[in-house]
Write a protein that binds this ligand. Structure first.
Ligand code: ATP
Ligand code: MG
Length: 536
């Protein structure tokens, strides 16, 4: 600070003022001058000053008053004041020091002494500024620490919430399966009121099933498990979770689906997670806004991709030469995102929500998920008007098989195994109604005996609570029926079981996830090929 420091000389005696200025400039300092308190105030307001040399006898204001004023205005950063008093003015010096002056010099003074005092006071100022800087840095670090701590607490809450949700969802699967399965057996009732009641039970149970599946998707994280999904199903599952809530908060929800939407080869739960994040962000953005509205638009885009004019530049800049895409736009009429914040949107822990409310992770995670799928997550935002986030997912392959329904009536024999008697009951009744020859077993040993006695086309089994695991069960069946082993279909209410997943992958086995609909049950047995049971 030394040579370029700015010194304000407040002195009404022009000769003394000029002398001091000369000495200071000679010492390499910058100077400003004031002949009165009023001028001094003006200089202090209009430019940065590092030291004030203040004559005690000013024409317009007593020295101690001005001294007090300067000190109270500059309480944050230390501004030293060197007062100049007459030789015998002891009372002035005491008043000056009491009013906040840091040092004094009596007139007439020696130039060396003036310069030595100037240097000393500027040294103190430099030390004070360094101290303030450290305090500011400490404060910032403390604030950052407090924010990070709140985010970590939130993240761990989310993790335990995920586990809880997974557990609850799993437990709901069996009772839901029983309701759905039994209800689907009922519509043959004659009375129309009964029929309506049954239809409503089925619809209600199917809705509950979708919600459970959405919760499971939310709770599941980690590796990508791809499968074929209809874009519409992905969106509707998330809306099942959010629609009522949004509408209860007065938020209008609109959804539109374009024509010829191809199926997507994606991890459904992860893409739903992304959609949920975007909808939740839109929800926060429209809160408290007039006419809050969230619109979802799903459409197919064949190359070259040109953004619709409504969506603005940052979407427009995005092009694809890869092939067809499915776009899922989440638009809101919310606050929008200020342009200076837009570059930080996808950074982990970037949030504008109050501490403890937003982790600032959703967009970062969503970006990662969409990129892992070979897609893009882009946005366009107009502060004060709203934002659009777009998920663009590549269409991997056309001509994806649509599962046929088993309307032609099934055939063959099936052995159903489950430790839940209710499940056994409704599954076997559903299959029998479709023409299957059904036998049931509650334990693995019993099933092996039955397979030894008679061949079956298919074995449908849930091995939970059995003393044998799926691998052993599958291998023993191969040994019992070496020539024409039955198709093994695994039923499971578990969200994730690594051993089952590995078995399913190794032998490409069909899996029926509980709760399932009648149609899903029939569809998974479509692969059973009739064979001559006598020869097996
Ligand atoms: N639709 C939107 N409209 C306005 N601002 C948005 C929108 N979506 C995201 N933002 C801004 O981006 C920030 C980061 O979003 P992100 O979803 O990653 O974290 P968050 O919502 O703050 O917290 P959480 O991780 O709990 O979702 C938000 O805090 C918000 O400032
Ligand atoms: Mg968010």
């Amino acid at each position: 600070m030394t040579p370029n420091s700015m010194v304000l000389v407040v002195e009404d005696d022009l000769h003394i003022s000029e002398l001091i200025v000369f000495l200071l400039q000679d010492g390499g300092y910058q100077t400003a001058t004031a002949g009165s308190a009023a001028q001094a105030r003006h200089v202090l307001e209009s430019q940065a000053v590092d030291l004030v040399i203040l004559d005690w006898m000013l024409p317009d204001t007593p020295g101690d008053q001005l001294c007090h004023e300067i000190k109270s205005r500059r309480e944050e950063s230390f501004l030293p004041i060197l007062m100049l008093t007459a030789r015998n003015a002891l009372a002035d010096r005491v008043a000056g020091l009491d009013a906040g002056a840091d040092d004094f010099l009596t007139k007439p003074f020696h130039s060396d002494e003036l310069m030595a005092r100037v240097r000393a006071l500027l040294r103190i100022r430099r030390a004070e500024l360094a101290r303030l800087q450290v305090i500011t840095e400490l404060r910032t670090a403390y604030d950052r620490l407090a924010t990070t701590q709140a985010q970590l607490v939130q993240a761990s809450r989310l993790a335990s919430l995920g586990e809880l949700v997974a557990g609850v969802a799993h437990e709901l699967n069996n009772p839901l399966g029983i309701i759905l399965g039994n209800a689907e057996l009922l519509p043959t009732l004659d009375h129309s009121d009964d029929r309506r009641a049954v239809t409503q039970i089925i619809e209600g149970a199917q809705r509950a099933r979708r919600i459970v599946q959405s919760l499971i998707s939310f709770a599941r994280q980690g590796k990508i498990e791809e499968d074929w999904y209809k874009p519409r199903d992905l969106v509707e599952r998330v809306l099942d979770l959010k629609r009522a809530d949004l509408q209860n908060h007065g938020i209008q929800v609109e959804v539109s689906y374009g024509l010829n939407l191809p199926m997507l080869w994606v991890d459904g739960s992860q893409i739903q997670h992304v959609l949920l994040n975007l909808i939740q962000n839109a929800e926060h953005a429209v809160q408290g806004r007039p006419m809050p509205r969230i619109a979802l638009r799903v459409f197919r885009q064949d190359p070259p991709v040109l953004a619709p004019p409504l969506l603005g530049e940052s979407l427009g800049a995005w092009q694809s030469d890869t092939g067809s895409l499915v776009m899922i736009d989440v638009m809101d009429t919310g606050v929008g995102i200020p342009s200076e914040l837009q570059v930080r949107l996808f950074q982990p822990f970037f949030t504008t929500r109050p501490v403890g409310q937003g982790a600032g992770l959703s967009l970062a995670i969503s970006y990662g998920i969409v990129s892992q799928h070979g897609g893009s997550l882009v946005y366009s935002s107009h502060p004060g008007e709203g934002s659009t986030f777009r998920i663009a997912l590549p269409v991997v392959r056309e001509g994806i098989p649509v599962p046929a329904s088993n309307d032609g009536g099934a055939s063959g024999s099936v052995l159903v195994m489950d430790s839940e008697p209710f499940v056994l009951d409704f599954v076997s009744r559903l299959l029998a109604r479709k023409g299957w020859d059904v036998a049931v077993a509650q334990r693995a040993g019993q099933a092996f005996d039955m397979l030894r006695e008679q061949p079956y086309h298919a074995v449908l089994c849930d091995l939970k609570l059995q003393d044998i695991d799926e691998w052993d069960f599958y291998q023993q069946i191969q040994q019992i029926c070496p020539k024409h082993p039955p198709i093994v279909v695994l039923m499971t209410g578990e969200i994730r079981n690594d051993r089952i997943d590995a078995l399913v992958q190794s032998y490409d086995l069909p899996v029926l996830r509980k709760p399932f609909t009648a149609q899903e049950l029939f569809d998974c047995l479509l692969i059973v090929e009739p064979h001559d049971q006598e020869n097996s």
